[in-house]
Design a protein around this ligand. Sequence first.
Ligand code: COA
Length: 326
Amino acid sequence: MPRSVLLGTGSALPATRVTNDDLAARLDTSDAWIRERTGIVARRIADASTTTADLATEAAAAALAAAGLPPQAIDLVLVATATPDLTFPATAVRVQARLGIAGGPAFDVAAVCSGFVYALGVADSMLRAGQATRALVIGAETFSRLLDWEDRSTAVLFGDGAGAVVLERRDPPEADDVRAARGLLAIRLHADGRHEGLLHVDGGPGSTGTVGKLRMAGREVFRHAVHNLASVCHEVLEETGLPIAAIDWVVPHQANLRIIEATARKLGLPMERVVVTVHEHANTSAASIPLALDAAVRDGRIREGQLCLLEAMGGGFTWGAALLRV
Ligand code: COA
C-alpha cells in the first residue's frame, strides 16, 4: 500500500510582533492574566496589505526549498484556512498561480483549527488513490481579521501565520514492521455540528453577507477540547497498535498551553515531548500545527525517522489526529 511521506516543511510569520502589554494598552486586560490562562506572551499580526495567500505562498516556497523541489514537482495544492483572501477563488488556487504552476487540483479546506489535520487527511487519501504524486499541504490564516478587537475574552488569544509541508506518494520499503517506515501511518477526523454555538463566526456570504466576528464560550470549548483530543489520539494509536511510549513528539494545535498540558497529562505524555509555540504564535488556527512542526524540524528537535502525533480541535466542532513518521 503506498503512503504519503514528508519531504519538507516551511513556515511564514508576519513581521509585526504584538505583546500582551501592547494589547493591555488598548483593552481591559493584563500580561499576567493572558500568560496565566493561556501561556501566550506575544502573537504576530499581519499588516493591512498582507493576505492569507501571501503567508501561504511564503511558507510553501520554504517547504519546497527544504524538500529540494521546484514548484513544478507539485500536482496538488491544499490550503486549510478560515480566512481566505476572497470568497472565491480558493486561496489554494491563488497560491498555485503565485508558485508559477497550473493544472493540478487546488482547493481550500475549511475545518478551522483542525484544518491542517483535515487537509493532511484529504491529501493522503488523494495521494494513495493515485490522484496526485506530490502535494503541498498548507495551513494559513490572517485570523486577526475575524476578531472583535473590543472583546478581551477572544482578541488576546489569536495570531496570524502559515505553515506548509510537502508530501510525496511512495511505495513503502519491504519491511518487517511497516510502522517503522516513514510516512503517514494513521489519520482520524471527526465533527459534531451540535456545538456550533460555542465557537463560531457570526457572519458569512450566504447568511449575513458580511465577514463576521469570532464568538466563543471559552470555558465550554476548553472542556470539550481536552476530552476530544485525548480520545482521537487514542484512536490513531489503536489503529496502528503503537503504544504511547512510541511517540517521540506531540505537535498539538497551539490554542492554549493549559489545553496542551491537560491533553498531554490525560495521554500520560511528559511535556518534554510536546512541541510548544503558543507563547510566541498564540492560536493561529489551521497554521498552528505546521508552524510548530517547522520550528521543531528546523531547530533539530524533530528528526527523520521519529514518530510525531499531530492533534487539533476547532470550531464546528471539528477534531482530528495523525501519526506521522517523519
Ligand atoms: N483579560 C482579563 N480578564 C479577562 C479576559 C482578559 N483577556 N478575558 C476574560 N476575562 C475575565 C472574564 O470577563 C471573567 O471575569 P468575571 O469572572 O468577572 O466574569 C474572568 O476573566 C474569567 O473568565 P472565563 O472565561 O471563565 O475564564 P477562563 O478561566 O475560562 O479562561 C480562556 C478563559 C478563554 C483563556 C479559557 O476558557 C480557554 O482557554 N478556553 C479555550 C479557548 C480556546 O483555546 N479556543 C480555541 C480552541 S480551537
